[in-house]
Design a protein around this ligand. Structure first.
Ligand SMILES: Nc1ncnc2c1ncn2[C@@H]1O[C@H](COP(=O)(O)OP(=O)(O)OP(=O)(O)O)[C@@H](O)[C@H]1O
Ligand SMILES: [Mg+2]
Length: 395
């Protein structure tokens, strides 16, 4: 046990900076944090003991076993959804097409969609796969280090920056410099910092630049042009593919660069707009897609009395609760799994789900449209997900 008051006869505990780190992940802000994300190992999936053995565990053994289950349910899984696979394919194709094209701005991808649909998860998963493939194919690149002008140059194929709110063009360059650990003198102008960033990106082999939450850039008509010009300048001088993600980017100045301007086509012509949408259950194929996400999450549960297929059977109820939003679905199932362990019910059914309140948007939409007409589904009578009857009811 560490002591609060070390004395001469009790050596001080050697706390290092890593000792207080939260075991979970936050959005990376620097290349070191990005590498932590790449190296991150999810909490292991615990093994379900025979029920009788579980019940025989003493209090401490049970507590430890359940802590591992809490960690596992908290992370649950990232589902490789069909939407994700389709967009990954489009990004991959764009990167391959861009790779050796003549100098100049490469075509970028704008990933647009409502809040919390999984945009950041989708692009980070792509970049994760991309860099891991490079690690496997070119391990030597990741071992090399150079010092140029007193600065460390190490292979950095992926840049991921999260835009702070109301960001100016200079803020963007500063975020890129911070990611790359690129120092600049105090009082440096936007142009100074940008020049250093571009030199750095050229030397470190950047191939993919992700600008997440791009809607936080000030794209009002007045500032929008300055931001667009700055983005274009950076993209022009970087042989990388850029991905911008954000909410309602189609209507922001980023994609169309303002209105009625002759330069509109210059930006719109460079970017491909891809949309993320919530799940639908209008057609058989859409329903199958929604059910496959529920199946993946249900398969990841480690509960002692949960009957596999229960959540799949509640597909329509889950759709109404979440509006087809994967983030709300993950939130509901993760909370429910935690509740099932905490209370000892060890299974998720309609009654348990009905007692869990999720994010305000999903909850108020459900309360307004479905709560009265939708009593918690009766146990043991799940509806068949691919039964065409009733599909209009929920959509
Ligand atoms: N493919 C997925 N599989 C499982 N869970 C997912 C998936 N995508 C997103 N989620 C869940 O949804 C949460 C929100 O996702 P994410 O942050 O990627 O959304 P976003 O669209 O970037 O949101 P915002 O608009 O707030 O930036 C994640 O923390 C995760 O719990
Ligand atoms: Mg996001």
């Amino acid at each position: 046990m560490p002591t609060l008051f070390p004395s001469d006869d009790q050596p001080e505990e050697p706390y290092g900076t890593g000792d207080f780190k939260h075991p979970g992940l936050s959005e990376p802000r620097t290349k070191e944090e990005w590498r932590e994300y790449l190296d991150y190992i999810l909490p292991p999936r615990p093994v379900l003991l025979p029920l009788a053995d579980y019940e025989q565990l003493d209090a401490e053994e049970k507590r430890r076993h359940n802590m591992v289950r809490f960690a596992h349910h908290s992370a649950l899984i990232i589902v490789r959804t069909s939407q994700m696979m389709t967009i990954h394919h489009q990004i991959r194709r764009r990167m391959m097409t861009n790779a050796f094209q003549p100098a100049g701005a490469r075509r970028s991808i704008v990933l647009d969609g409502p809040a919390t649909l999984g945009k950041s998860t989708l692009v980070k998963t792509f970049a994760y796969d991309f860099e891991h493939e490079l690690r496997a194919g070119h391990p030597e690149r990741f071992e090399k280090r150079y010092i140029v002008d007193g600065r460390l140059i190490d292979y950095t194929p992926v840049v991921y920056v999260n835009i702070p709110s109301q960001a100016t063009p200079k803020d963007l360059s500063v975020a890129l410099a911070q990611y790359l650990a690129q120092p600049y003198r105090s009082g440096a102008t936007k142009s100074d910092i940008t020049r250093l960033v571009l030199d750095n990106m050229r030397r470190t082999g950047v191939e993919l630049v992700i600008i997440d939450d791009a809607h936080f850039m000030d794209l009002s008509l007045k500032e929008g042009k300055v931001v667009n010009d700055h983005l274009k300048y950076i993209a022009n001088h970087t042989a990388a593919t850029f991905i911008y993600t954000g909410v309602d980017l189609k209507h922001s100045g980023l994609f169309l660069e303002g209105t009625g301007d002759t330069r509109v086509t210059q930006t719109a012509g460079r970017n491909t707009l891809l949309h993320m949408t919530p799940y639908n259950i209008g057609t058989r194929a859409e329903k199958a897609d929604w059910v496959s996400v529920i199946t993946a999450m249900e398969d990841a549960l480690v509960l002692y009395r949960h009957q596999s297929g229960t959540l799949v059977g509640l597909w329509r109820y889950l759709y109404r609760r979440t509006g087809g939003n994967i983030s709300s679905l993950a939130e509901l199932i993760r909370e429910a799994a935690t509740e099932a362990v905490l209370t000892g019910t060890e299974k998720i059914d309609g009654a348990l789900l009905a007692g869990i309140t999720i994010n305000e948007h999903a909850q108020s939409t459900y309360d307004a449209h479905w709560h009265q007409v939708d009593p918690p589904p009766a146990p043991g009578r799940p509806s068949d997900p691919l039964d065409e009857a009733g599909e209009a009811e929920a959509s």
